[in-house]
Design a protein around this ligand. Structure first.
Ligand SMILES: NC(=O)c1ccc[n+]([C@@H]2O[C@H](COP(=O)([O-])OP(=O)(O)OC[C@H]3O[C@@H](n4cnc5c(N)ncnc54)[C@H](O)[C@@H]3O)[C@@H](O)[C@H]2O)c1
Ligand SMILES: Nc1ncnc2c1ncn2[C@@H]1O[C@H](COP(=O)(O)OP(=O)(O)OP(=O)(O)O)[C@@H](O)[C@H]1O
Length: 517
């Protein structure tokens, strides 16, 4: 039996479609009744109000977004100032703590002696001098670390100088204008990407060896290298877990040093040279250990692909001998500094610790099945909205890694720029970009985003970005100096040939049709 319904007068009624008696006449009547209701001026009014209301909502959401953008930019600026302030404070502290030290100079640097250090004192910190870029002059601290107490005397960290390599006497003039306006003509006076050369001004004394975990061959090589370096009277540091393994194996390795807890933060003040034994991942690991200045890295290849690891482990003795002697050709690999700025931050000073990446920062959809919706700004200009799987902001060193797989160009690591590479964009015309080094990029998850986004840094440390959160990214002032086998260009081309078999094709034979003359 059909259920009883009530009409507007409160009387029970049986509706025709419920008892199956719906005919064409009653259908026509119903249609007419509906049309009458729609055409009533009252309903029309409601519709107008709805339109007005939704427009107002859109305006409010636009204003909110603008406010969030303003806040994100202010936060980025504030954190940059905070960082500069911390740097300045650290620098002043270091200058205050400077004590005249008794320096053990090695025999093969007789001419460098103490005058050199006096001169270096006057040029504290990295400074772009007429003849090159000087290293920090830092004192070995007398810390309370049980391992370091063995070597508690004050030793200066080896000083070195970086300079551009120029061929021929005439070219060896150091011009500092990027553009010259001689006689009213504009000419390029200085290129930023010349080969960089490192010359030790005092002998390097402390080597940090970083190893890929869980590899027997790496473990074996590490132990052998430590014995060899000890013969050369060098101080050796390894990671805490590696020291434990070594000492468990043999008490001979008791002299090997390590650090505890926050000791890692001061590592750059002690280490003259870093040696990595592994693949590209170990170089990334080494870079991630230094949140500020990074000592020169000598990467030995013990992985399957080696874009940043040009040295063969079989020849480690000759290679390290020449590195310790210098000069060393260097690739200064740029890093990106990334700040996550939360919508929930109460003040502009409340930013999370910046993260430095050597390859790339990726903002993707993580486990979410929705398209990412990322608003991208370059300085104060809107770039685009990324709708797809995500976005990669890559350094030029990282251009041969994830960015390459997502269709980005391969770029020589010495080119200063930021690659802007979408991941599976849902659009036919979204080509990757390369932006200049001086820009600040802001990737904003809009308030109306359907899902969260996820940021990861050199493939690690995933962080969730909620609607309203942003990631601000700019070039860091702390590059990663890696030693070259030949020079930067040679090593880069070698790595794309060997690692990727770039443009490998059988040569066409002479035997065939030819152009008629
Ligand atoms: N689809 C992809 O190609 C893809 C996906 C995720 C991550 N990655 C890359 O892996 C990197 C992390 O490396 P990992 O070793 O810690 O992880 P991993 O052990 O998973 O190795 C990833 C691979 O990327 C290679 N690689 C790393 N840096 C490179 C570079 N600069 N140029 C060329 N190849 C490079 C490594 O040699 C390795 O073969 C990330 O920074 C990212 O670039 C690539
Ligand atoms: N000292 C370390 N401590 C912890 N993890 C490390 C260390 N060195 C490397 N890793 C991690 O180990 C992983 C593998 O390292 P790596 O890429 O060097 O070796 P691989 O995978 O054998 O090389 P390839 O990728 O060329 O085959 C990377 O994810 C890296 O982050």
């Amino acid at each position: 039996m059909a259920p009883e319904n009530f009409n507007s007068n409160g009387n029970a009624s049986n509706l025709p479609w419920e008892n199956g008696s719906l005919d064409s006449l009653s259908l026509a009547n119903s249609k007419k009744a509906v049309m009458e209701i729609i055409e009533q001026p009252l309903v029309q009014g409601i519709e107008d109000h709805l339109v007005e209301f939704s427009e107002a909502m859109r305006t409010v959401s636009k204003a909110l977004r603008r406010a969030a953008e303003g806040k994100a930019s202010a936060q980025a600026e504030a954190s940059e100032w905070k960082r500069k302030y911390e740097l300045e404070r650290q620098r002043n502290l270091q200058l205050e703590n400077k004590v005249p030290a008794s320096v053990d100079l090695k025999d093969n640097f007789p001419e460098k002696k103490v005058e050199n250090f006096k001169r270096m004192d006057e040029q504290s910190q990295i400074c772009s001098g007429k003849n090159g870029i000087y290293s920090h002059e830092v004192l070995r601290d007398n810390e309370n670390n049980s391992y370091s107490n063995i070597h508690s005397k004050l030793i200066r960290k080896a000083s070195f100088k970086l300079h551009w390599c120029c061929k021929g006497e005439k070219n060896d003039q150091h011009k500092h204008d990027v553009v010259s306006f001689e006689k009213g003509n504009i000419t390029t006076a200085e290129r930023s990407s010349k080969q960089i050369c490192l010359k030790w001004e005092s002998p390097p004394q402390t080597v940090l060896i970083l190893t890929k975990p869980n590899s027997v061959s790496v473990k074996f090589l590490c132990a052998e290298m430590i014995r060899w370096l000890k013969e050369k009277k060098l101080n050796i540091y390894v990671e805490p877990r590696v020291r434990t393994d070594l000492v468990t194996e043999s008490p001979f390795f008791n002299f090997v040093q390590t650090w505890k807890d926050d000791g890692i933060l001061l590592l750059h003040e002690k280490i003259d040279l870093v040696v990595t034994l592994g693949g590209d991942g170990t170089v990334l690991w080494a870079a991630s250990m230094f949140k500020g200045p990074v000592p020169p890295i000598v990467p030995f290849s013990l992985g399957s692909l080696g874009f940043m690891t040009p040295f063969h482990s079989q020849h480690y003795r000759e290679c390290l001998k020449s590195m310790l002697q210098g000069p060393i050709s260097i690739t200064l690999r740029h890093r990106l500094q990334c700040h996550v700025i939360r919508e929930a931050a109460k003040t502009e000073y409340e930013t999370e610790e910046p993260i430095l990446v050597l390859n790339e920062v990726t903002i993707d959809r993580g486990i979410s099945s929705f398209l990412t919706n990322l608003e991208c700004y370059c300085d104060n200009s809107f770039v685009t909205c990324v709708q797809g799987d995500g976005l990669i902001l890559s350094t030029t060193s990282g251009s041969t890694a994830y960015s390459l797989a997502a269709g980005g160009s391969m770029v020589h690591p010495q080119v200063p720029g930021i690659l802007f590479t979408p991941i599976c964009p849902h659009s036919l015309s979204f080509r990757p970009l390369i932006l200049p080094e001086y820009v600040t990029l802001r990737i904003q998850v809009p308030f109306n985003s359907r899902g969260h986004a996820w940021a990861s840094f050199d493939g690690k440390d995933r962080k969730q970005l909620a609607p309203g959160d942003a990631l601000v990214c700019s070039m860091s002032i702390w590059p990663v100096p890696t030693a070259c086998q030949g020079d930067s260009t040679n090593d880069f081309l070698h790595s794309i040939h060997e690692g990727l078999h770039w443009n490998l094709r059988k040569t066409q034979s002479f035997d065939g049709p030819r152009e008629s003359s």
